[in-house]
Write a protein that binds this ligand. Sequence first.
Ligand SMILES: C[S@@+](CC[C@H](N)C(=O)[O-])C[C@H]1O[C@@H](n2cnc3c(N)ncnc32)[C@H](O)[C@@H]1O
Length: 319
Amino acid sequence: MDGFTNKIIEGDCIDILGKAKEPFADLIFADPPFNIGYKYDKYHDKKEKEHYIDWTKKWMTACYNVLKPTGSFYIAIGDDYAANIRIIGEELGMFARNWIIWHYTFGQQTKDKFARAHTHIFYFVKDKKNFTFNDWAIRTPSDRQLIYNDKRANSVGKNPDDVWNCYSRVCGTFKERQGWHPCQMPELLLARIIAASSNPGDCVLDPFIGSGTTAAVAVKYGRKFFGTDISKTYVENATKRIQQLNKRSKNAYNAFNEMELDEIKRLFVEMGIDKTRLIENKKLLDIFTKQFSIRMNDSKTYDTEKIALVIKDFAESKK
Ligand SMILES: C[S@@+](CC[C@H](N)C(=O)[O-])C[C@H]1O[C@@H](n2cnc3c(N)ncnc32)[C@H](O)[C@@H]1O
């Protein structure tokens, strides 16, 4: 196969990645089937425990082999196999930097136990001293800045903690919902990972691409992508999702490109401030605009009024 760049290939990720002659991925995001009986097009999601663990070792090894020495590897997983992933990652020689909990709203309802409303996300690196972590791209304003007006506040914001509760699951009414895949990841969650652990031009690999979320965010953020999925239908549809993204002409807001728009939305949900309070309070809006400029890491001056308009439209589209 020639080149592992900007394509989504149908087939088993272990076979396909095994064909790479050398490591090509700067960042890997893997969201495998959790072995909990989800209904996928082609994959049966209820295997014997031993079989599933053995398969997990194989696909993690295949990913490890194509990860560059300075690369980062994020893995989303449910409760049942989280401990296994952590151990396998270390057995492969990786260094675990964070055990992140993604706490989401809209968990599935249960009658006889507490409703499950989280997913584990492991963050591993190959080399514990040499990796990409763009803290400026993920910092958020602190309570000292937003609430307490505290002069000791760090004016460049603070690093988010390892419990992520700002990203909702992708509901049926959301614009980004593709509708043909049972478990789509939110784009804004992928945006945090891609912004933190890769740079423009880097290659982001997703071995279980599903609806194409990772590739879509990689494209918007100026990264390369490579994806695989066992389902022909998912591969065809995810490829169309990317093609449509590439075809899209200008968005409705002339002042911003696609990445800037998504970054305004990401900062808004991560700050967790009510839309009206934010856009009607000059001090808060100035803090928002400053943090946004830090995240964009460029010399542009951003117009607070135009940013407020994007926030308003986005918040209203979520109602
Ligand atoms: C949890 S979903 C990924 C969803 C994806 N993160 C998204 O946002 O749409 C897991 C995907 O793995 C695919 N899959 C299962 N076994 C596979 C294999 N051996 N190689 C590649 N893909 C596989 C399934 O078809 C399914 O689309």
